[in-house]
Write a protein that binds this ligand. Structure first.
Ligand code: 5GP
Length: 352
């Protein structure tokens, strides 16, 4: 477990609101009080039962969004999420979030994202590289301080209208020089239509923005096939694929973001022994271990590596290679990849 903690790690699938600390959530609930929309006692109970089914997760996200969608809170949860990933020895974090409008708080999708960037600037336990070589938080030129590369993905929620989804893609383009590197499609997999979102994803592709899709969280063969036809840069989850779709995924070699704890807790996969990680790993399919929602599922990236090691019998060299190979799938540029590759070379001598 300690070795998994020391291992430098790359996180490619982390949702901002899913990564809120429990302590912060409970404080937000307390400050919010009972107001007819949320009743503190009910929310506390929901937090205790969190993450135990896909349906419960999405009920809870609706509550998180009531509690956390104002500029100050967005800033705070971003700062805390990055500090938590850095404390877990994550050297590259691709943090995704759904830009939200909240008219009551004077919030637009752009001002939501500005609050995220403000949160990154407030991180003070580690240096943050957000824009490229420039270190936004470099303190007193101390070369020994830890550093984390943070890049942002803008999530489109599956329930959005086409125009709103296109708006998110345009915002990502507008913020390309501010650390935004791609687009994610997420949200409740039982709602929304692929055809509604497709024009926005095609727009992203035309603009040169990489795309990752949540795929196969529920059985929906038609949609899974449409996602494979789209051939995105990465896919998340890929749990419930029919045999022919599974073979197609493998032949397309689309890198997969694997979220072990999330898939087990939501009961998308009944037991870790049956998790498709084993088959993909054996077939040398490109993949990367990820947390999905550290807060919601009470996990860390180290814990995901530990779980993989214990459940699938991987040794230190295999674990190291797994972490190192994730560098190939980041949406950041070649410069960042080179830095990360160098970090792994340095770490090899130290921990292997
Ligand atoms: P946010 O985008 O608000 O920062 O993070 C929470 C949102 O991410 C949720 O409302 C949901 O749209 C998405 N999300 C988080 N975890 C999952 C997951 O496991 N599956 C899917 N499909 N969406 C998720």
């Amino acid at each position: 477990r300690q070795w998994c903690h020391e291992l430098p790690k790359v996180e490619l699938h982390a949702h901002l609101n899913g990564s809120i600390r429990d302590s912060t959530l409970l404080e937000l609930v307390k400050n919010h009080g009972d107001n007819g929309v949320l009743i503190s006692k009910d929310v506390e109970q929901m937090i205790l039962e969190k993450g135990t089914s896909l349906r419960k997760c999405f009920e809870l996200f609706a509550v998180y969004h009531v509690l956390a969608t104002d500029h100050e809170t967005v800033k705070r949860i971003t700062k805390e999420a990055v500090e938590d990933f850095a404390a877990d020895n994550c050297i590259y974090l691709e943090l995704r979030t759904t830009p939200k409008k909240n008219e009551a708080k004077g919030m637009t999708k752009r001002s939501y994202m500005d609050a995220v960037i403000d949160g990154l600037k407030e991180v003070n336990t580690v240096d943050v590289d957000l824009y490229g070589c420039e270190l936004t938080n470099k303190k007193n030129g101390d070369r020994r301080r830890k550093k984390i590369f943070v890049r942002l993905l803008l999530s489109i929620n599956r329930s959005e209208a086409t125009s709103s989804a296109i708006g998110t893609v345009n915002l990502a383009m507008e913020m390309k020089d501010m650390g935004v590197v791609g687009i994610d499609l997420s949200g409740d997999p039982t709602v929304g239509q692929w055809d509604t979102i497709l024009p926005a994803l095609e727009h992203a592709r035309k603009l040169g923005l990489p795309v990752t899709l949540h795929c196969g969280e529920v059985r929906n063969s038609k949609e899974i096939q449409a996602m494979l036809d789209f051939n995105p840069q990465r896919l998340g989850h890929v749990c419930l694929l029919a045999e022919e779709d599974w073979e197609r995924l493998k032949s397309l070699m689309i890198p997969v973001e694997i979220c072990l704890t999330s898939n087990i807790m939501t009961q998308t996969i009944p037991l870790i022994e049956y998790h498709h990680f084993a088959d993909l790993y054996k077939s040398k399919h490109p993949l990367s271990l990820c947390t999905d929602d550290t807060g919601l599922f009470s996990t860390t990236l180290s814990n995901e590596y530990y779980k993989a090691a214990v459940s699938f019998g991987l040794g230190k060299e295999e674990m190291f290679k797994l972490a190192q190979e994730a560098v190939n799938f980041v949406f950041a540029n070649e410069d960042v990849k080179k830095h990360l590759a160098q970090n792994y070379e340095e770490a090899k001598a130290r921990i292997l």
